[in-house]
Each structure stands twice: as C-alpha cells, then as structure tokens.
Design a protein around this ligand. Sequence first.
Ligand code: COA
Length: 167
Amino acid sequence: MEALPNFIIRNACSEDLPALEWEGEYRIFRRLYRRAMNEAKRGHRILLVADLIGRLIGQIFIQLHTISADPKKLPKTGYFYSFRVRSEYRNLGVGTSLVSSAEDALRRGNFQRALIGVAKDNSDALRLYERLGYRIISEDPGEWSFIDDENEVRKIVEPTFILEKYL
Ligand SMILES: CC(C)(COP(=O)(O)OP(=O)(O)OC[C@H]1O[C@@H](n2cnc3c(N)ncnc32)[C@H](O)[C@@H]1OP(=O)(O)O)[C@@H](O)C(=O)NCCC(=O)NCCS
C-alpha cells in the first residue's frame, strides 16, 4: 500500500470556487458550483474538498433532502455527487476518505441514508462504492442539462445505477 498523502478534508468556501474548476478542466460547471455554494450557505448542501497543503485534490458534494410528504416514513437522505479525485492522487485512499467524511457529515445531521449515482460504465467507482457498503437499488436514464460558463446548454445522457447505503 502506498502512503496516504497528507491532506485534510474540509468544507469548501467561496474562495475555493476558482480552484474547483481544476485549471479549466471543469470550467463548464462554473454556474452549478456557484449555485451549490449558495445552497451550502443556506444549509441545503455540503461541499467537501480534500486539501493537500492548499491544493484541492478531490471533492464530494452532498445534496440534502429533508422535506417529504410524510417525514416519519422516509429516511432523511443525502445524495452524493460531483465526486472526483485528481488522477495523480487516485488509488491512495483519498476517495474513500471523502466518502467516509461525507457519511460522517450526514450522521451528524441525523441523516439515515446516502444515495449516489454512478454511470453504468464506471466500473472503478462502482467497485469502490460496493466495497464501502453501497448497493444498487435502481437505474436512471441519467438525462439532464445545464448551462455552461459560456451560456451554452449542455445536454448529458449517462445511464446510471443508483446506489444506497443506510448509515
Ligand atoms: C472514483 C474516484 C473518486 C475514487 O477516488 P480514489 O481516491 O482513487 O479512491 P480510493 O483511493 O479511496 O480507492 C480506489 C482504490 O484504491 C485502493 N486504495 C485505497 N488506498 C490505497 C493505498 N493506500 N494504496 C493502494 N491502494 C489503495 C482502494 O482499495 C480502491 O480499490 P478498489 O477500486 O478495488 O475498491 C476516482 O477514481 C475518480 O475521481 N474518478 C473519476 C471521476 C469519477 O468517476 N467519479 C465518480 C463519479 S460517480
């Protein structure tokens, strides 16, 4: 086993927004990240980053679902998304630490369940989630769209497995 890099996992703040674009690779998500940050400030999301001496090497975002028609019946659920680790830091445990910290954050908020969507062809991520106790519960066509940083509509079609874990 290689040594885990000496990183910390912390909440992202507004000052991190440019760095979340990873030198332009994820610039297209600028509006989504800004909206996620605003939602985090209102308590509707949690944005976690892995910070290696000031450099962001990974992230996981959590959308918090607390409202339901019958809150007694449905478990409070957090949905993980935008989960990634810089390629040069993969297979060192950073992703596992991010998921574990995200689960801890949900537990602290008395959330009972975590969900995550994974592209059906992403076997690496699927194996990681299953190793961490997630189980496939459904499938989704994975069709969605967003407006990129140049005001262009981007349509995504990515058939997805939905995985679940009770915390
Ligand atoms: C999915 C992703 C976030 C995982 O991040 P990661 O930091 O590589 O995850 P980990 O290092 O914790 O785990 C990956 C593997 O390395 C292994 N590993 C963990 N620590 C290790 C160490 N110190 N030494 C060697 N191997 C280690 C894990 O056991 C795991 O093995 P597995 O794939 O057989 O389960 C990363 O691959 C990624 O960013 N992929 C591209 C984006 C993506 O697909 N995101 C998911 C969208 S749903």
